[in-house]
Design a protein around this ligand. Structure first.
Ligand code: ZN
Length: 161
C-alpha cells in the first residue's frame, strides 16, 4: 500500500494537468527506509512526448545527488498517461529499476476526472497496490500530539507542579 499526503497528490495531479498532452514525470523523495513520501520533485520529461517519458540525465543526477546528501530515496516515481489508462506500459515495465519504489500513474485522458493508481514493479512483474491518501487534518501522529497537549490531566499536573 502507498500512503501519501493529499497535498502531494494534488501537486502531482496539477503537474500532470499542466504538462498535458505531454507526459509529466517526477518523484517524491522520503527518508531512506521510511516508505514515507515527503518531498515532491517535479521533473522534466526529456522526451516531451505524449506517449513516453524519460528523466533528463543531468537533472536526474542533481536530484539523486541531493537525495543522497539528505539520506533520502525515491519513495514514489510517478508519470502521467495522457491518452490511456493509468497502467504501466510495456516500456514503463522495461525501465522500472526500483523494486522498493511505488510507481504512481496518473491518467489525464479525461479532463473531468483524474485516475491515480500505484504499482510495484519487480523483475518486470506488475502488482497493483491500494493508495491511501492522508489528509493533514486527520494525520494520526498530529491527532495524537494534539490530544496529548490538550489533555486536562496534563494541564492540571503542570499547574500544580
Ligand atoms: Zn507510461
Amino acid at each position: 500500500m502507498l500512503s501519501i499526503g493529499r497535498e502531494i497528490v494534488d501537486a502531482i495531479v496539477a503537474h500532470a494537468r499542466r504538462d498535458h498532452p505531454d507526459e509529466a514525470c517526477g518523484i517524491v523523495a522520503g527518508p531512506a527506509g521510511s516508505d514515507t513520501p515527503t518531498r515532491h520533485i517535479p521533473m522534466d520529461n526529456a522526451e516531451r512526448s505524449m506517449t513516453f517519458f524519460s528523466f533528463d540525465p543531468a537533472e536526474q543526477f542533481r536530484v539523486w545527488a541531493r537525495m543522497d546528501e539528505r539520506d533520502e530515496e525515491p519513495v514514489v516515481i510517478y508519470h502521467s498517461h495522457t491518452a490511456t489508462e493509468a497502467y504501466p506500459s510495456r516500456t514503463d515495465i522495461e525501465i522500472a529499476g526500483y523494486p522498493d519504489a511505488h510507481y504512481l500513474l496518473v491518467s489525464t485522458r479525461d479532463p473531468a476526472t483524474t485516475e491515480i493508481r500505484s504499482f510495484r514493479i519487480v523483475d518486470k512483474t506488475v502488482t497493483e497496490e491500494p493508495v491511501r491518501i492522508l489528509d493533514a487534518s486527520v494525520d494520526p501522529v498530529a491527532v495524537t500530539t494534539y490530544m496529548f497537549g490538550q489533555s486536562p490531566t496534563t494541564v492540571d499536573y503542570e499547574c500544580s507542579a
